[in-house]
Ligand binder design. Sequence first.
Ligand code: AMP
Ligand code: ZN
Length: 145
Amino acid sequence: MSRDTDCIFCKIIAGEIPCAKLLEEEHALAFLDIGPVARGHALLIPKGHYQTLDEMPPEAAAAMFRRLPELVRAVQAVTECEGINVLQNNGRIAGQVVPHVHVHVIPREKAGRFSFNWPAGQYEEGQIDALAKAIRRRLSEGEEK
Ligand code: AMP
Ligand code: ZN
């Protein structure tokens, strides 16, 4: 499995830095975020070192994401929150600070501190179809590789 010796999450996986562990298996680890935006804020990570989601092979992504529903259920049950956001930041512009893929599981309460903007826009005539076509083409090229 790939590892970056300078990566803080790789060090957690190796047991060199402690964490409040929630689950561990061959390809995935979950622990509580040390700087929680809400009580029970958890992180789910792959054990292999991938900086961003697009670098992950499907098997590694599947092995990580398959544990997500049960983690969400457990955090929701224990914190008794009203809802949960699942957030995954890729790249500095998207708010990623730790360059090892991680999925945030964030409990939400009406009185909670965490919130975000959702500035919904709209497409001009025909734009949505052209964009969808370009992405479909790219997806089908990817499948041929
Ligand atoms: P992101 O901004 O998406 O890269 O989020 C990185 C998250 O990792 C932040 O929420 C940090 O609080 C969290 N974090 C950083 N170091 C640790 C650590 N040693 N143990 C647990 N969580 C950490
Ligand atoms: Zn790493």
